[in-house]
Design a protein around this ligand. Structure first.
Ligand code: UGA
Ligand code: MN
Length: 309
């Protein structure tokens, strides 16, 4: 009896092993959750069509609100380096539309070439800051941010129900984590989060109680109605369109007050939506680039070639 059982067992064993091996091969072949490649070829300016993606990717990405990033930028030795860093970040963010606004009387060749090769959807605008406002102690980039806002409103003027979208002011010298874009993507009206390396402290942040902003942790001008840097908030496209007069003002504005002056036109502190784990995570840094040392740059062109830097 015992030997009969044993021979049955030996007979079945190879079949059991075969079934286990086949199941194992099958599960290791299961498709990995594909990371959708995005952006067309260099300078194509439009994201790759949804049809080119695997079916599983189509639906979630189509439903994603577009993030519009308005970046003022001006000509200086580090400009191309800053824009390169920024584009390298933005290229990794799905459904991002870059609104790059040059502080210049005309589009520069450097930025035009850069945009063409950037490999992400980009609108390239320009408006010069009037000379009288180009002084230390005065707010920067007022006209450029307003040009970006005007473009956004114009673009959506004739489209009845606006597509879901989020607007964010992205200065060209800051450092942005990819997680920041996931956070701002769900903005319903106006969302806020901490900013690192700003206001003379390691960070500034909205103070949150029971899911509501109740104050500001800051070491600089705590009397500001919204004590937050430009990099610390995002606004839904709906809010931008339903407040067509909300702009950055030159008249009476002081540095550090631009954010408050703008935000009080469109929202209240009570209404703000805290992001980044109730404003306890720093996902963006107000880094500033050191002025380059060009002490040894020759007065006249000495090199045998001309190189764009
Ligand atoms: C701080 C804030 O973070 C800015 O959002 C705010 O605009 C600025 O103060 C201000 O004083 O108005 P900060 O690092 O001092 O930032 O300013 P920059 O980074 O030098 O300039 C902000 C943005 O404006 C940058 O994207 C920069 O390229 C652009 N900019 C600056 C111009 O377009 N034109 C200029 O003449 C200077
Ligand atoms: Mn800056």
């Amino acid at each position: 009896m015992k030997s009969l059982l044993f021979s049955r067992f030996l007979l079945l064993l190879p079949w059991v092993l075969i079934v286990i091996i086949v199941l194992d091969i099958d599960s290791s072949r299961a498709p990995l959750p594909a990371r959708a490649p995005r952006g067309g070829g260099a300078g194509s300016g439009e994201p790759r069509s949804a049809a080119a993606r695997p079916p599983a990717q189509r639906r979630p990405e189509a439903a994603l609100p577009t993030i519009y990033a308005i970046t003022p930028t001006y000509s200086r030795p580090v400009q191309k380096a800053e824009l390169t860093r920024l584009a390298n970040t933005f290229r990794q963010v799905a459904r991002l539309h870059w609104i790059l606004v040059e502080d210049a009387a005309a589009r520069s060749e450097l930025v035009t070439r850069f945009v063409a090769a950037a490999g992400l959807p980009c609108t390239h605008l320009h408006v010069p800051t009037p000379r009288r406002y180009k002084r230390p102690g005065l707010p920067r980039a007022t006209e450029q941010r307003n040009a970006g806002l005007a473009w956004l409103r114009q673009r959506h003027q004739h489209l009845p129900p606006p597509q879901p979208g989020v607007l964010f002011f992205a200065d060209d010298d800051n450092t942005y984590s990819l997680e920041l874009f996931q956070e701002m993507r769900t903005t319903r009206k106006v969302s806020v989060w901490p900013v690192g390396l700003v206001g003379g402290r390691r960070y500034e942040r909205p103070v949150v109680e029971n899911g509501k902003v109740v104050g500001w942790y800051t070491g600089w001008r705590a009397d500001r109605p919204f004590a937050i840097d430009m990099a610390g908030f995002a606004v839904s496209l709906q809010v931008i369109l339903s407040h067509p007069k909300a702009v950055f003002k030159r008249r009476g504005s002081q540095p550090g007050m631009q954010e408050s002056d703008f935000l009080k036109q469109i929202t209240t502190v009570e209404e703000l939506e805290p992001k980044a784990n109730n404003c306890t995570k720093v996902l963006v840094w107000h880094t500033r680039t050191e002025k380059v040392n060009l002490a040894n740059e020759p007065k006249y062109h000495l090199d045998t070639v001309t190189i764009e830097v």
